[in-house]
Design a protein around this ligand. Structure first.
Ligand code: SF4
Length: 449
């Protein structure tokens, strides 16, 4: 964030915009695009509402709790500043925002960068002399310099019954593969050492454009998941695949992980393991099928890290279904797991399903899930003691030589960390080998070798 807010325009009193980014990494990418445009046009940015001439709030609308948080953030910005433009997922439901905050100046939906800029121009005209030269070629990013999110598509063609994202963001729209690979190349040239591939459904990439062929660096690539992984794998940086829907063709990417081209990490939101719950969720699979596939993946890539998210207390989930889920995470050794209690979003299809689970049972299942997951995680971490692993440095205290790093098994913000001592010589973004000396449930402790 410092990067963005510390650059001030050479004008005496630049038009200043406060920016609030709520929600998931996908929303963060939207924010980065808008901020890049604002800076390109000479606007200054401020972390404080009071010093700003106008505030943009990028909202999240996925769960009711996120909607409440977004409405609260809009209210705070109006109280502190008065001039507020709203964008993002909740912007797809302008009536909700208008009812709560009639004073907002403009409302736009997710990834409507042009409309956001139009609203900004209307309410805070662009400064006189744009300073395009202030911008790095790779655009401005909200993440630290050494890692960056790479958004490959918008929207989703699936219809999971608990999810309103397709209603908010529409069907799948893939970016052409040569654009994505060129952006990745620019990011790597600008110093990025780790690319985090994001979308709503990464493995469906290119389906909407019938896998259109394109050319990048003189080679032919189709707009599809495997070609994308091959292209990114040629850039010589860590490449982490997020939000991979478990289609059969996902198996094709495992050999690239075995060859060291793609980071051996798969973020696949399985959501559940019981066949009947998955059916009610309108998602594929079931425990046995999934376990067989995962066993095959681990044979190809023994050090594969699996991250997933699950929902407990989905309508109709019985105690037996829940136990199937617990067995699954233990047998599949899901290394990292997020667990959500089912939240009844009114406009989701699942709201109309029979058999809603009482809150106290959801709560109890959530605790049992977390307990089981903590045990899997602790056992996994204990196995790392004595190993030598590559890590990427996130932060270093040059005085004490202590550094915070991550192994290939840890995505930024959501997974564990590796705490280093004797790391005086390192800098954020360095990738080095360390020897693991201790572990607790989620984090590791190590020294450089
Ligand atoms: S795949 Fe993800 S974004 Fe698409 S409908 Fe299912 S949960 Fe929603």
């Amino acid at each position: 964030m410092d990067d963005i807010f510390s650059h001030s325009s050479p004008q005496a009193k630049p038009a200043t915009i406060g920016f609030v980014s709520l929600g998931c990494p996908k929303a963060l990418v939207d924010s980065e695009r808008i901020i890049t445009r604002l800076r390109a046009e000479g606007y200054a940015l401020s972390a404080q509402y009071e010093n700003a001439d106008l505030v943009i709030v990028n909202t999240c609308g996925f769960l009711d709790s996120a909607r409440d948080e977004s409405l609260e953030a809009i209210g705070e910005a109006i109280a502190a500043n008065g001039k507020v433009i709203v964008t993002g997922c909740l912007g797809a439901e302008p009536e909700v925002i208008e009812a709560a905050h009639p004073a907002v100046l403009a409302i736009t939906g997710p990834h409507q960068y042009e409309q956001v800029m139009e609203a900004v121009h209307r309410h805070l005209p662009a400064p006189h002399h744009p300073h395009f030269d202030l911008l790095p070629e790779s655009g401005l990013r909200l993440t630290p310099r050494h890692y960056a999110y790479l958004k490959i598509s918008e929207g989703c063609n699936n219809r999971c019954s608990f999810c309103i994202i397709p209603k908010l963001r529409g069907g799948l729209v893939s970016r052409p593969i040569h654009h994505v690979l060129s952006e990745a190349e620019k990011l790597v040239k600008a110093g990025v050492k780790e690319l985090l591939v994001i979308s709503q459904d990464t493995s469906a990439y290119g389906l909407d454009v019938k896998y259109a062929p394109q050319t990048w660096r003189g080679e032919n690539y189709q707009t599809r998941f495997l070609d994308l992984a091959e292209g990114l794998g040629s850039l010589g940086v860590w490449v982490r695949l997020h939000y991979v829907y478990p289609y059969p063709h996902v198996d094709q990417v495992l050999p690239l992980m075995a060859e060291g081209k793609i980071t051996p990490y798969l973020d696949i939101p399985f959501q559940h393991a019981s066949k009947s719950v998955l059916k009610a969720m309108k998602r594929p699979g079931g425990q046995d099928k999934l376990l067989n596939r995962i066993a095959g993946w681990r044979r190809t890539v023994p050090d594969l890290t699996l991250r997933s998210t699950f929902i407990v207390g989905f309508p109709g989930e019985t105690e037996e279904d829940f136990e199937t889920l617990l067995e699954f995470i233990k047998e599949a050794r899901i290394d990292r797991a997020g667990c959500f209690k089912y939240e009844n979003v009114k406009s989701a299809d699942s709201a109309a399903l029979p058999g809603h689970v009482p809150e106290e049972i959801k709560e109890e299942r959530w605790h049992r899930f977390m307990q089981a997951q903590a045990e899997i995680s602790a056992a996994r971490a204990a196995c790392q003691i004595g190993k030598t692993l590559p890590v990427i440095i996130d932060e270093v205290d040059q005085e004490t030589g202590e550094a915070t790093a991550r192994s290939q098994a840890d995505a930024p913000e959501i997974d564990g960390q590796v705490y280093l001592t004797e790391a005086h010589q390192t800098q954020p973004g360095d990738i080095l080998s360390v020897k693991i000396s201790q572990a607790d449930a989620y984090d590791l402790y190590a020294v450089p070798v």
